[in-house]
Design a protein around this ligand. Structure first.
Ligand code: ADP
Ligand code: MG
Length: 267
């Protein structure tokens, strides 16, 4: 673990800190030393061409993949490992399933594909994890689910099945489902890429609302308008490294040729 102080708030521990993160799948070296710091309550937008390693980075943060080098801290705690004393020496030990689950509970994730349970209503989809993972009582879970569905503007659609909802509505149910687990940090992996263009705005609006409520968010998206308006930090990745990062103003003033080139293709 590195420093636990930041410039703006001397007491704040970064929500996420990636330090020289490497990931290889066999011979394929996908991440080649990624550094990224995400402050609590901030929005980081990750941009980059297909195959640059954006999803892999999110999946590492959420422990859906394991690192092959470097370190990721979530909320000041190294993920996946801890130091223990062995014969007078500090050695790294992998966390057990319960410890990993406790770390993962801090994160909510929303994917391009919503993956709702087709045989459950919107309400039942959102209640599912609180009841079956957190062992919350049904009545409490129901009230929580209604609250989260209202938050994403679906208070009138509680009893609809996924097949009766638009793609944008289904994605909003998926966001409510993640929020019901009370995450400290939300990860979004191209949440609007599978949607018809006219449905993108309603999902981005929900995300904007979350950002305004102070949620810590890491968002992989090609929606440059959203990035410009909502992001506190832009991270541009290409070829498994961070090529350029900075405030949202870098979108209109890119320095690196590869970032310039990327922006010309998405704008
Ligand atoms: P992005 O999200 O930026 O499009 P990804 O992180 O999905 O990029 O993928 C980066 C590279 O890693 C791609 O070449 C992809 O094929 C490869 N990759 C991703 N996941 C796996 C995996 N589980 N096994 C092998 N290769 C993978
Ligand atoms: Mg991806």
């Amino acid at each position: 673990m590195m420093s636990n102080t930041t410039k703006d708030n001397p007491k704040a521990v970064p929500a996420v800190k990636a330090i020289q993160v490497h990931k290889a799948f066999g011979d394929l070296h996908v991440l080649k030393g990624v550094d990224m710091t995400v402050e609590p309550g901030s929005v980081t937008v990750i941009l980059g061409p297909s195959g640059s390693g954006k999803s892999t980075l999110l999946r590492l943060i959420n422990q859906l993949e394991t690192l092959t080098g470097g370190e990721i801290d979530v909320d000041g705690e190294m993920i996946g490992y801890k130091y223990v004393e062995k014969n007078g020496q500090r050695v790294l030990q992998t966390l057990n399933d319960k410890e990993v689950a406790a770390q993962r509970a801090k994160l909510g994730m929303v994917f391009q594909r919503f993956n709702l349970f087709p045989h459950m209503t919107a309400l039942e989809n959102v209640m599912e994890a609180p009841v079956h993972v957190q062992h919350m009582g049904k009545q409490e879970a129901k009230e929580l689910a209604i609250h989260e569905l209202e938050r994403v503007g679906l208070g009138e659609r509680l009893d609809y099945y996924p097949s009766q909802l638009s793609g944008g509505q289904q994605q909003r149910v998926a966001i409510a489902r993640a929020l019901a687990m009370k995450p400290e940090i939300m990860l979004f992996d191209e949440p609007t890429s599978a949607l018809d263009p006219e449905l993108v705005g309603e999902v981005l609006n929900v995300m904007l609302g979350l950002a305004r409520d102070g949620m810590t968010m890491i968002v992989v998206t090609h929606e440059i308008g959203f990035a410009r308006e909502v992001a506190d930090q832009i991270v541009f990745m290409d070829g498994g490294v961070v090529v350029e990062q900075g405030g949202p103003e870098i979108i209109d003033n890119p320095t690196e040729p590869r970032f310039k080139d990327f922006l010309q293709h998405v704008l």
